[in-house]
Ligand binder design. Structure first.
Ligand code: NAD
Length: 485
């Protein structure tokens, strides 16, 4: 290993490795400083990683599930021990606040705990199906699998897949976002320290080129992707056309339907949902459909927005390009007739002048046909559309191409159920701004927020990471014969 400390390398076969000559600067959104240069690998690096993973697979997959999860008990403790360090890394490379960064690691710990509980979840079946004949099923790992992740959760999204896929006996290649590659390398080191054999988990850094190489690699059998819908479609098509198993999570435009009886104190949840992680969550509230007279609630939301201070409890967005994109959405909406209630453009917190910050922004009187109402903005921006009719509100939500999350704010249980039954989203909530289903429930949207059939976490992920072997056995020759014996 011969590498400069400013390089974010690959992690292959239990070692850091420098890969190719191509690099990309990793710039901190917090203050614009260059944190490191990430290696942009090519298919030869991927081939090495796959080769090492193939060598590790026979031993790893032949261990029992109970043996494999011991590594994750150790890993869980290491995540706790390195919470502060990982939090700092994520804060610097992603721009979210330190508190948000640590919360993401805490969620990673919960995901690891779920993997530790897999021996309790995997219930293979056994049944006497004919006289003297027994059928039983076993979950078998697939082999070498890949996980491709986005910038917005540098630790949590990789940890959606790593513990379950590995505990179930697979070996993995992770391709983190080239914008936030540093936490993934730390995770790899901690897994090694936890006792994971070399080659079982490998990180291959890079950009589009390496994603394409993953989709095309004949020895990678399953691809899990999380990112924008545009890229999710490309990856899903390319991986499945190469006959791989694929689940590809895409972008989102999450609707909140707010009724006039919503509790005023819930306004804080609405703002926390749209502003948390600077609005860069696929579960963030983005479009609010206000039904009837909700002026008091909207006023309260604007009051709450004042509690979010860029550079303090409001983090940065990922880059200057992202800031410009978000601000141009706002400007265009205003030009098209939206009413700006809170304007977060041109935010430059003192001491972080070179950071990429957008203040909390709230736009009222937005029409459903406006670009800002339809597209994913991915910043701390809430657009408010007004209607007097609940069915019209549902229609607005249903018209979205996406379908990750939707929440209803009301104190009326039957209306909440009526709306939840009709919104077209995989994860729905009542008076909850970010309705993430916690383990053992699984995470996954609908429509263009997810391609493929499985959810990415929880119980639903088990069938993605395994195949089922069906075994039929007869021991006694004298047993009664029928048409199938
Ligand atoms: P992105 O799609 O730009 O990148 C995701 C991954 O794809 C990265 O590793 C990147 O290197 C790679 N990539 C980028 N362009 C590519 C191309 N043309 N071909 C092949 N690979 C390519 O996403 P992002 O900007 O990093 O992340 C933000 C997006 O992720 C948002 O849309 C957000 O909603 C979404 N997201 C979705 C979920 C979910 O569960 N549905 C969760 C988190 C984030």
């Amino acid at each position: 290993m011969n590498q400069s400390p400013t390089i974010t390398p690959n992690f292959i076969n239990g070692r850091l490795s420098n890969g190719q000559e191509r690099h990309l600067e990793v710039i901190s959104p917090v203050d614009g400083r260059i944190l490191s240069k990430v290696v942009l690998s090519d298919s030869s690096d991927l081939n090495v990683a796959v080769n090492k993973a193939q060598k590790a697979f026979p031993n790893w997959s032949q261990k029992t599930l109970k043996e494999r999860v011991q590594v994750f008990y150790n890993f869980r403790q290491l995540l706790i021990d390195h919470l502060e360090e990982l939090g700092q890394l994520i804060h610097l490379e992603n721009g979210k606040t330190l508190g948000e960064a640590k919360a993401e690691v805490m969620k990673g710990i919960e995901l690891t705990e779920f993997a530790c509980s897999l021996p309790q979840f995997i219930n293979d079946e056994i049944q006497i199906v004919s006289q003297g004949i027994e059928c039983r099923t076993t979950h078998v790992p697939l082999g070498i699998v890949a996980s491709i992740s986005p910038f917005n959760f540098p630790a949590m999204v990789p940890l959606w897949t790593i513990p379950n896929a590995l505990a179930l006996g697979n070996c993995m290649i992770l391709k983190p976002s080239e914008k936030t590659p540093m936490a993934a390398i730390k995770i790899a080191e901690l897994l090694s320290k936890a006792g994971l054999p070399d080659g079982v988990f490998n990180v291959v850094n890079g950009d589009k080129e390496i994603v394409e190489a993953i989709c095309d690699h004949p020895d990678i059998l399953a691809v899990s992707f999380v990112g924008s819908t545009q890229v999710a479609k490309i990856v899903y098509k390319r991986a499945t056309s190469n006959l791989k198993r694929c689940m590809a999570m895409g972008g989102a435009k999450n609707h909140l339907i707010v009724l006039p009886d919503a509790h005023l104190d819930m306004a804080a949840n609405i703002v926390a949902s749209m502003a948390g992680c600077a609005g860069q969550r696929c579960m963030a509230a983005s479009a609010m459909v206000a039904v009837g007279n909700t002026d008091k609630i909207i006023k309260q939301i604007c009051e709450e927005a004042k509690n979010w201070e860029a550079g303090n409890n409001l983090g940065a967005v990922i880059s200057m390009e992202a800031k410009q994109r978000i601000e141009s959405y706002i400007t265009e909406a205003v030009e098209k007739g939206a009413k700006l209630l809170v304007d977060g453009r041109n935010t430059k917190p003192k001491g972080f002048e070179n950071g990429s910050y957008v203040g909390v922004t709230i736009l009222d009187e937005v029409r459903p046909d406006m670009k800002i109402a339809k597209e994913e903005v991915f910043g701390p921006v809430l657009v408010i559309m007004r209607t007097n009719d609940i069915d019209e509100a549902i229609k607005i939500e249903n018209a979205s191409n996406y379908g990750n999350a939707s929440s209803v704010f009301t104190q009326n249980g039957s209306l909440a159920n009526y709306i939840m039954d009709r919104v077209s989203a995989g994860m729905v909530g009542v008076n909850v701004g970010v309705p993430v289903p916690r383990e053992p429930f699984s995470f996954g949207g609908w429509n263009e927020s997810r391609f493929g059939v499985n959810d990415i976490t929880g119980k639903s992920s088990i069938s993605f990471w395994t195949k089922i072997k069906k075994r039929t056995t007869k021991w006694n020759a004298e047993d009664w014969r029928d048409w199938m014996s």
